[in-house]
Write a protein that binds this ligand. Structure first.
Ligand SMILES: Cc1cc2nc3c(=O)[nH]c(=O)nc-3n(C[C@H](O)[C@H](O)[C@H](O)COP(=O)(O)OP(=O)(O)OC[C@H]3O[C@@H](n4cnc5c(N)ncnc54)[C@H](O)[C@@H]3O)c2cc1C
Length: 503
């Protein structure tokens, strides 16, 4: 058995773990990151097939804005050094032959929407006004050293917009402003980024998340999200840290309210090599189902997992040209529910990412990927049923794509589909959760607290164990960057070191 000693050991190299690790490395801590895969990044990584490079998950991140706390962490870690490619627009929504391309800034979005929906201009003004107001309040919320409970009567004085929209569902909010269903679906096209339905999701949360894009623009990372993850891994290595790939953490040594060591296994054929990693502190970037097992907890404290998804990865022939009306990020809808190939009962069926629409795109090996949100239960079936379902969904999807982009199928050179089962295998997230916990299953106050920059994700029993992932704060590159910051800050505080980023 190999024996290693570090100040901090991080279990999982997802973006949240890498952010925590690189912040601590810069503060002088000797960090090791232990990752089960052969590359860092978790969902923020890529994979290759037949000369094609596919993004595992991350397609769009917010550019530098004015109220996104994440930006302060990006500054601290020089993440802006990684070149970003601006998406020509936020997204396009296609209902049949009709397309709408959404600009990714407040002013142009209002103008374009106003031209398309002249009877809804006053509602549109209100919508963007509410969004700006919430984003301003968000800065104060993140700076505040005291977390204000939702029950506190002073809340509406300090955060009037938040208080007003927090407990209103997005659907009710939209209905209070607009009449046109098509407009509402255009504005909510990317609700799937938050894995939720308008009837259940808080209007305040939606407005805040949208504000980050309208303020900062939507970007793809040059070289894919792998480049972001590699940037952080390099910071750790440059500060005498280590990234241990292909090692799955499976056990721990616990004494007197502390974790003393973790054990990682590297499989080589029939044999397994075990490494013991002793550290002062531990940060778990993996899912609750994993750390429950590693920390030998009998009762899982799992928050309910978010929903899952199915993604179709398409490697296209080099001469493939997507229809002109397709932008980089596209949503397809079908109000009239005509097609037998429909992919979902929602008005918005699926998203399609068309990398060729980006400046600097690789036109030699163009790729597309399409995603629908889906449930674990539907895919948690016998092996035989799973294989039939997979074939049926893939074929139906290709037929549906042929309807929205005629002759697309003849240009497909490589096709591969990831299901909730694939996602569970890849991420070790229970139920193939794509966004960590399900915010609707949690008390609203708790959801809000977890998003607060001063939140301390410390284990309630083991005083040297911290958490940093989509399961702790919130998901997305923004959510897990904040989660990494929260963990690093809480750990430093434990060592008597003050670390606080401020706008
Ligand atoms: C389909 C999809 C599309 C998305 N699109 C976007 C987008 O466009 N923009 C955006 O900002 N976000 C997007 N997201 C969300 C974003 O990718 C995630 O929220 C974020 O990357 C999760 O980071 P994390 O730190 O929680 O770690 P994860 O990415 O979940 O990584 C956890 C890591 O821990 C490792 N691990 C687990 N258990 C062990 C163990 N026992 N031992 C060792 N290693 C272990 C795993 O292998 C993995 O590498 C998308 C997600 C999905 C699934």
């Amino acid at each position: 058995m190999v024996d290693l000693r570090y100040d901090v050991a991080i279990i999982g190299s997802g973006f949240g773990g890498l952010v925590a690790g690189s912040l601590l490395s810069q503060k002088g801590y000797k960090v090791i990151v232990v990752e089960a895969h052969d590359k860092v990044g978790g969902f923020a990584s890529h994979f290759r097939r037949k000369g094609y490079s596919f993004e595992v998950a991350v397609h769009l991140i917010e550019g530098k804005g004015s109220s996104n706390f994440r930006d302060l962490v990006f500054d601290e870690l020089n993440i802006w050094d990684v070149p970003l490619i601006k998406s020509p627009d936020f997204f396009s929504v296609h209902f049949g032959e009709k397309s709408f391309s959404m600009p990714c800034d407040y002013e142009n979005a209002l103008v374009r929407l106003g031209q398309e929906f002249p009877n809804e201009v006053s509602g549109l003004r209100r919508y963007f006004e509410d969004m700006r107001q919430i984003s301003k309040e968000h800065i104060r919320f993140q700076q505040s050293s005291i977390f204000m409970s939702l029950k506190n009567p002073m809340l509406s004085l300090s955060y009037p917009a938040f208080t007003k929209f927090m407990t209103i569902s997005l659907a009710d909010y939209m209905n209070s402003l607009f009449k046109d269903q098509r407009l509402m679906w255009i504005l909510m096209a990317n609700i799937g980024f938050y894995n939720d339905s308008p009837g259940a999701y808080s209007a305040a949360m939606f407005l805040l998340n949208q504000a980050f894009y309208y303020e900062g623009g939507g970007y793809y990372v040059e070289g894919g999200s792998q480049a972001l993850s590699d940037h952080l891994a390099k910071i750790i290595k440059d500060h005498a840290g280590e990234i241990l790939l292909l090692h799955e953490v499976f056990d721990s040594e616990l004494t007197e309210g502390h974790c003393r060591a973790i054990f990682a296994r590297r499989s080589k054929g029939n044999k397994a090599e075990i490494t013991k990693i002793v550290a002062d502190k531990f940060i778990f970037n993996c899912s609750p189902s994993q750390h429950t097992q590693i920390l030998k907890r009998s009762k899982p404290e799992n928050p309910k997992p978010s929903g899952s998804a199915v993604t179709l990865f398409l490697g296209m022939k080099s001469d493939y040209v997507a229809p002109k009306r397709f932008s980089y990020f596209n949503f397809f809808g079908d109000f009239e529910r005509k097609s037998e190939n429909r992919m979902s009962p929602s008005a918005l069926e699926f998203s399609l990412v068309n990398y060729a629409a980006l400046p600097n795109a690789d036109h030699k090996r163009p790729t597309l990927d399409a995603t629908i949100l889906d449930s674990w239960d539907k895919w948690n079936v016998s092996e035989e049923e799973y294989s039939l379902l997979k074939t049926e969904v893939q074929n139906r999807w290709l037929r549906r794509l042929e309807e929205v982009a005629p002759k697309i199928v003849e240009s497909v050179e490589w096709v591969e589909m990831a299901t909730p089962q694939t996602i569970q295998r890849f991420s070790r997230n229970s139920a193939g959760a794509i966004y960590g916990y399900d915010p609707n299953s949690m008390d609203l106050e708790e959801v809000l607290k977890r998003r607060w920059a001063q939140y301390e994700p410390v284990d309630s029993i083991l005083k040297n164990v911290f958490y940093a992932s989509a399961w702790t704060s919130s998901h997305g590159i923004t959510g897990v960057t904040n989660a990494g910051y929260q963990a690093a800050r809480a750990l430093l505080k434990r060592d008597g070191v003050q670390f606080q980023l401020r706008f």
